[in-house]
Ligand binder design. Structure first.
Ligand code: XMP
Length: 513
């Protein structure tokens, strides 16, 4: 895959992925690499430009991450952000000091709009808001540099040496709160580095299909399809590339949402692949009979899933390639070692190690989630599949509190569908990042017609979040909640009370189990 490349060099900043996403949003391909990557390797990669991320350290400490100053002599434009800006100043002979107070949050910033960087950033005014998060600051810029922005407390909010194409910003242009931040990144990668904008999912689809086809040749490929976005898009890509050399195994554990299993199956109808749907509902239900403890549920489902998958894989015999839906954030989080490791959920779609195969293919390894969705659309997958919100591997089994029965699954499926339908009707389906119904094990007294009822309480959960590590409850309109509530108690049997979950994560989690 030949694309112009921007390298994002990671110094341990919490926003490293965000920087990479912003660059990709400018239709420019970038990769995040460790600051320990040797300079020879960086030169070999022939980047069009280099961005230094922020980081939690102080550049003047011996132990802090650094980089060879030769990087400034490659003739490639460099943009330093926060720690990256300070490091540039430090390595080139400027002064970096600790301030008495931290400058944090949205900060009024005075820009020199005639500077090279800011004159290319569309719409930026001489006074705009930037997002700051630093204690150290650049007290003196290196020779050849000039200050191009400042704030009331920070003398160097930005600096540049236009002749050497070196730029630095103390604030975080990648964070949405920086007004015109993405325009600054665009100015850097498109105007200053001269990237043409050749990174599109149309181009990616074409080259990835070609590459996979060449690699697979006459081999056999196996893919575990969970129905989630990543595995579905990976399946679509492989289907386009190798057709009937691909076998997808879709284990339907019976804990999918209403119609979901059929939707997944239909999505792959007519793609000319071998599609195996294993309806294992009874198997899973009997394994879980009487089980009420959440961790035990998860463990049993995970084990059973692998057992079913393995039995099906055995029928196919030896396969050459196993496809995994790894995406770029997984690669960044597990591979670089410069940022804090973020907990990842055990996914029930995870495959057993003992399926006999030669090699793993990870066709989405370079893509962010929004790119995976765009690729899915490019490959012709329906919006239903591509826009799917995250769904936990154990499915509805962890949204029924206590014991799972077929009857409860039916109740929850119907109620959950109504909630989703009403959110879609209100045109809010992209507002909460995840929303679903939970069937509690609590019954309470109600009145319907002239009679007493004693039925289940259903909880509605809707959250907004950027990373699912923390989340806020979505402030859904009351009239929407009222419609959902009234439809559910009227249309779904055995529910007579609806509550809305108004806890954040932490202290709660997104799911109830
Ligand atoms: P929690 O409940 O931990 O959920 O706040 C955070 C996000 O992860 C999803 N989730 C899972 N995803 N396997 C998955 O693939 C799991 O076992 C699992 N448990 C929770 C949850 O839906 C939310 O998006």
């Amino acid at each position: 895959m030949e694309h112009q490349l921007i390298l994002v060099i990671d110094f341990g900043g919490q926003y490293n992925q965000l920087i990479a996403r912003r660059v990709r949003e400018c239709s420019v391909y970038c990769e995040v690499i460790s600051c320990r990557t040797p300079i020879e390797k960086i030169r070999e990669l022939s980047p069009m430009g280099i961005i230094f991320t922020g980081g939690p350290n102080s550049v003047y400490l011996e132990t802090s991450p650094t980089i060879s100053p030769e990087i400034f002599d490659l003739g490639v434009p460099v943009l330093g952000i926060c720690y990256g800006a300070q490091l540039m100043a430090h390595l080139l002979g400027g002064d970096v000091h600790a301030a008495d107070n931290r400058e944090y949050g949205m900060t009024k910033t005075y820009y020199d709009t005639s500077s090279v960087l800011f004159s290319h950033a569309d719409g930026i005014g001489s006074e705009d808001i930037s997002w700051m998060s630093h204690t150290d600051f650049i007290a003196g810029v290196p020779d050849g540099f000039r200050v191009t922005a400042h704030t009331d407390t920070c003398p160097t909010a930005a600096m540049e040496n236009a002749d050497r194409k070196l730029f630095a910003v103390q604030f975080h242009p990648e964070v949405n709160h920086t007004v015109h931040g993405t325009d600054m990144i665009r100015a850097f990668v498109r105007d200053i580095c001269g990237c043409a904008g050749d990174w599109t999912m149309k181009n990616y689809a074409a080259s990835a299909v070609k590459q996979v086809r060449e690699k697979v040749g006459d081999g056999k490929v196996l893919l575990g399809l969970s129905g989630g976005v990543d595995s579905s898009v990976a399946a679509a890509l492989l289907a386009r590339a190798v057709g009937d050399k691909l076998t997808c195994i879709f284990v339907d554990h019976g804990f999918m949402r209403k119609n979901e299993g059929d939707e997944v199956e239909q999505a792959f109808d007519g793609w000319g692949i071998n599609f195996v749907r294993v309806n294992a509902k009874d198997r899973f239900l009997s394994k879980l009979a009487g089980v009420t403890e959440p961790e035990q549920k998860r463990k049993l489902i995970g084990e059973e899933f692998i057992r079913v998958f393995e039995a099906e894989a055995k029928k196919i015999g030896r396969v050459d390639y196993l496809v995994q839906g790894t995406i770029y954030p997984d690669v960044i989080e597990s591979g670089l070692g410069d940022s804090a490791v973020i907990k990842s959920h055990h996914n029930v779609g995870g495959l057993p190690d003992y399926v006999d195969f030669k090699e793993i293919i990870e066709p989405l390894r370079l893509l962010f989630k929004d790119e995976v969705r765009a690729l899915g659309r490019e490959l012709g997958l329906s919006d239903v599949l591509v826009d799917r919100q995250p769904f936990p591997g154990p499915g509805l089994a962890i949204r029924i509190i206590g014991e799972i029965t077929e009857e409860k699954l039916d109740i929850l499926r119907d109620a959950d569908l109504i909630f989703r339908e009403e959110i879609a009707k209100a045109d809010l389906d992209h507002t909460p990042d995840q929303y679903f119904a939970v069937l509690t094990s609590m019954r309470s007294v109600g009145v319907m017609g002239d009679g007493r009822t004693y039925d289940y309480t259903l909880a509605l959960r809707a959250v907004t979040t950027s990373d699912f590590m923390t989340a806020d409850f979505a402030k859904l309109p009351y009239d929407l909640l009222q419609r959902v509530s009234s439809r559910i108690v009227n249309e779904v049997k055995s529910i007579n009370r609806i509550v809305y979950d108004v806890t954040t994560k932490p202290p709660a989690t997104v799911e109830w189990e």
